[in-house]
Ligand binder design. Structure first.
Ligand SMILES: [Zn+2]
Length: 246
């Protein structure tokens, strides 16, 4: 018998005799570690002192409002993907990290019996130009500015903003806030890195009417800090001036 064969025979014997097989018995079950945490990949960079880039249009924390146009105005977002899991009848795109977070959100919402779909995601400068000018033609510029952004000033152009609906007849109406989906989002979206960007009562700061359907991806670090400190808008969180008008 070879030395290796003898060792192979002796090892299990030694384990039984020593009794250590019993004390180490429940070798941690691998099933417990994945599938539980709602934010497995959402914490991107371990920055001890948070420094946020508010100007780079590709930054997850870019602040876009009537005082802060995108630079360049015709910025085109990269790494766009088609979010799955959630209903997406018009094939709207989002930046990959925002899409992944939205998929996790939709999965957990679905497990709670809440189903949602995407009305709008990424919009290019050209699309926003068309959209905005249609609204101006319909309602006049002053009115249009209360609910639609000029091209180069829309969060949708960053690929980080999404308009959601649950098909209950409140698409792009305030009553979405009272739907099960609207309430679930208002309570839970922050856990996935999203914030309600245009809250009720903050019109004089954000420059936009209450939009309970419009969520903006900022990453969980910022969304959690805003949630924990009860801060409603990005402008207040970052100490920026209110931007009620252009
Ligand atoms: Zn929107």
């Amino acid at each position: 018998m070879s030395t290796r064969a003898i060792i192979a025979l002796l090892i299990p014997l030694a384990l039984v005799l020593s009794g250590c097989a019993v004390t180490t018995a429940p070798v941690a079950k691998p099933t417990a570690t994945h599938s539980v945490s709602p934010t497995p990949t959402a914490t991107p960079t371990p920055t001890p002192t948070p420094t946020y880039n508010l100007d780079d249009p590709a930054s997850f924390t870019v602040v876009v409002n009537k005082h802060r146009p995108l630079n360049p105005l015709d910025y085109e977002a990269g790494d766009m993907v088609l979010p799955g899991v959630i209903g997406n009848p018009n094939s709207r795109l989002l930046r990959a990290e925002a899409a992944g977070a939205l998929e996790r959100l939709a999965t957990d919402a679905g497990n709670a019996g809440i189903y949602m779909s995407i009305l709008s995601g990424y919009r290019s400068y050209a699309t926003q130009d068309q959209t905005y000018n249609n609204f101006v033609a319909r309602d006049g510029e002053e009115r249009a500015n209360q609910y639609s952004a000029k091209p180069g000033h829309s969060e949708h152009q960053t690929g980080l903003a999404v308009d959601l609906d649950d098909g209950n007849g409140c698409a792009l109406y305030n009553c979405f806030a009272d739907t099960a989906a609207g309430q679930w989002l208002a309570t839970n979206a922050w856990q996935y890195g999203f914030i309600l960007r245009y809250p009720l009562g903050s019109e004089h700061i954000t420059g936009y009417e209450f939009e309970p359907w419009h969520y903006r991806y900022v990453g969980t670090e910022v969304s959690r800090a805003m949630h924990n400190n009860g801060i409603a808008t990005l402008e207040e969180f970052f100490g920026l001036e209110p931007a009620p008008t252009y």
